[in-house]
Design a protein around this ligand. Structure first.
Ligand SMILES: Cc1ncc(COP(=O)(O)O)c(C=O)c1O
Length: 399
């Protein structure tokens, strides 16, 4: 790809912990940095909602600041937010959660960091779908654990075969990492898939670490099968989510982790040694988000659903791209013909048409011939991007 990034991980300087070698050069950064040097770029690369956070949420942040809420909260999180989250989940999934089952973190990112780095160790294996959100594998590998990938394919809507996951479990398996709706595929796993994996994992004493940050972005009126609604107890699950996507609060950095009280006690201590506590005024914003009216979420869902439908049509009209209908999040992960290098295609697309997508390889080894397309941008922009991409693809010879 381009050489515009300075790759410090590959530097010879002995100061760096060799574990940093597990962190790849992020494909997203490469593309976005290159795009920043160009004019007239259309981004289909965006990983956060393009809508403003709801007004009452912003007001709650400002009010908290004016009220002097600028100190640390309790280590587990602001008590009012822990209560609000317990009530919200209790109502959503009809199961009793106590504030002691929840740890408030600096975005879902910290929750994922805590979950993976507190369990990964040499000799331990983690089953991870491929493609997957790019944080999981490096965090596992940095701490000595290994990744067993389960490849999914565009032709099957990137659905995970639960039996394949179960067959991959052995005496070294420490955890299965799930992310539904998925970044980068937008795939939502059906209840049967989640139930089969959760049940077998619990039986074998294996954890299921479930990243549910897109849990409200599920289209076509379908229910969302959370791991929390598929497990009888919390003994072998850690569920992660945040306000980033649902309320367009990505920069406010508030997320959480839900687990058994014993696991939360352990992770609370680790959290204190990691980030101390999450941002205090933004935790008040979170209380307002959970307790306030939800028209924002419904409007966002309706808008993204329209964009998704249009994107499906456009990908269908694009030579060499095999798409499918993603059921959640705001991504599609279409594939190019087998053997075609997605890195080269993404780079050439950017340089020759000004359309910025993310190469599939960013999300796993099995996806070298894919592109991640985000529809977190207006329908006009999506259409303008394909007005450039379709004629460009027509000129290629990828057969
Ligand atoms: C699957 C997934 N998990 C976690 C995150 C990070 O979320 P947060 O902003 O809450 O740290 C993202 C952000 O793009 C994501 O796509």
């Amino acid at each position: 790809m381009s050489d515009i990034d300075i790759d410090f991980y590959e530097s010879e300087d002995p100061i760096w912990n060799p574990a940093l070698l597990a962190i790849p050069m992020p494909g997203i950064r490469k593309m976005v940095n290159l795009a920043a040097t160009m004019e007239d770029v259309i981004h289909l690369s965006i990983g956060q909602p393009d809508l403003l956070a709801p007004r009452h949420v912003v007001d709650a942040t400002v009010d908290a600041l004016h009220a002097g809420q600028t100190g640390y909260t309790m280590d587990a999180g602001l008590p009012e937010l822990l209560e609000a989250l317990a009530d919200y989940y209790g109502e959503r999934y009809q199961r009793t959660l106590l504030p002691e089952n929840i740890l408030v973190t600096t975005g879902a990112t910290e929750a994922i960091y805590l979950a993976l780095t507190s369990t990964s160790a040499p000799g331990r294996e983690f089953i991870v779908p491929d493609p997957a959100f790019m944080l999981y594998a490096p965090l596992i590998r940095m701490n000595g654990g290994s990744v067993k990938s389960i490849a999914t394919r565009a032709e099957h809507n990137h659905q995970l075969d639960p039996q394949e996951v179960i067959d991959a479990m052995d005496q070294n398996t420490c955890a299965v990492v799930l992310n539904s709706p998925s970044n980068p595929t937008g795939t939502v796993y059906p209840r049967e898939t989640i139930e089969a994996i959760v049940e077998e994992a619990a039986y074998r004493g294996i954890y299921v670490i479930s990243d549910e940050v897109y849990d409200h972005l599920v289209y076509d009126g379908k229910p969302f099968p959370s791991v929390l609604s598929c497990c009888s107890d919390l003994d072998h699950v850690m569920v992660v989510s945040s306000f980033s996507k649902t309320f367009s609060m990505a920069g406010m950095r508030v997320g959480w982790l839900i687990a058994s009280q014993g696991a939360i006690r352990k992770l609370r201590r680790y959290h204190m040694f990691t980030t101390t506590v999450a941002n205090t005024p933004c935790q008040w914003a979170g209380v307002a988000a959970l307790k306030g009216e939800r028209t924002f979420v419904n409007d966002m869902l309706a808008e993204y659903s329209r964009r998704r439908d249009r994107l499906v049509e456009l990908v269908d009209q694009t030579p060499y791209l095999t798409g499918y209908k993603p059921e959640g999040a705001f991504y599609m992960f279409p594939s190019l013909p087998e053997g075609i290098n997605g890195n080269n295609v993404a780079l050439r697309l950017l340089k020759e048409t000004g359309v910025c997508t993310i190469p599939g390889q960013t999300f796993g080894d099995s996806c070298g011939n894919a592109l991640r397309i985000s529809y977190s941008t207006s329908i006009d922009r999506i259409e303008a991007a394909f007005e450039r991409m379709i004629p460009w693809m027509e000129k290629q010879d990828f057969a």
